[in-house]
Design a protein around this ligand. Structure first.
Ligand code: SF4
Ligand code: FES
Length: 242
């Protein structure tokens, strides 16, 4: 049997460990299959480390913080995007299939090139551009902005970009993360680029992107952002006609 199809096994000593089979997309062809054991709190990222250290040092995947804040470890887990470090293996099941994010070039195995995602994100003009008023104010403070759901800020994991059918079918669509960022900045009174931002994104505001909210590990709601952007665009259109 070829290297990609061979099943390799590892055991952990904890009596509460459960058997899991990890199947990993390999960019040189086929899948790596590893028979492992997962304790109650073993993450999918932990399993990847075990597979790499014990069986195949050439296995490539991304990680950094291991606590769900850097966004590096996003992959497709049994067909759905998630953070490997925040996904408990037991919650996935005894068969865990890992694939790289979609709509992005694969560098190797589970690692993708995020540059297309970041380039699309740039369409939102994602940096705050202080208004002339704020630039002259001595100590501009961050205002309390309305939330777009979730547990904090976007971590640029690209899970929404991968899950999106809109990304697949609408070339140039900037993605849910870009629209969420734009909606935040449009609610920020310090920002002086509202018109440019809404102008850049208006062509995309008719599109829905339901998969984005489903997979976002921070619980950010694309539809909330989209509703805000549509309202701002409608007001801008009405003002222009007045
Ligand atoms: S909006 Fe959510 S899913 Fe999309 S990049 Fe940000 S954190 Fe990830
Ligand atoms: S390693 Fe940073 S979010 Fe998973």
């Amino acid at each position: 049997m070829g290297r990609a199809g061979r099943l390799r096994t590892a055991h952990v000593s904890a009596s509460s460990a459960a058997a899991v089979t990890l199947r990993i997309h390999r960019s040189h062809g086929g899948q790596g299959r590893f028979a492992l054991e997962a304790g109650p709190f073993t993450s999918v990222l932990d399993l990847l480390f075990t597979a790499q250290r014990r069986f195949d040092r050439s296995l490539v995947f991304r990680f950094a913080c291991r606590i769900g804040v850097c966004g590096s470890c996003a992959v497709r887990i049994n067909g759905r995007e998630g953070l490997a470090c925040r996904t408990r293996a037991r919650d996935v099941g005894p068969e865990i299939a890992l694939e790289p994010l979609r709509h992005l070039p694969v560098v190797r195995d589970l690692a993708v090139d995020l540059r297309p995602f970041r380039a699309a994100y740039a369409a939102a003009l994602p940096a705050l551009r202080p208004s002339a008023e704020v630039r002259t104010a001595p100590t501009p403070r961050a205002p309390a902005l309305p939330e777009i759901g979730g547990q904090g800020d976007c971590i640029a994991c690209a899970a929404c970009y991968s899950a999106s059918e809109t990304v697949a079918t609408a070339p140039g669509y900037p993605g849910a993360a870009a629209l969420i960022r734009a909606a935040s900045l449009l609610a920020d009174p310090r920002d002086g680029a509202h018109a440019a931002r809404i102008g850049a994104l208006t062509p995309w505001l008719a599109l829905d992107d339901p998969e984005a909210t489903v997979v976002c590990p921070k619980g950010l709601r694309h539809e909330t952002a989209l509703a805000r952007l549509r309202a701002v665009a409608a007001r801008a259109g009405a003002d222009a006609q007045a």
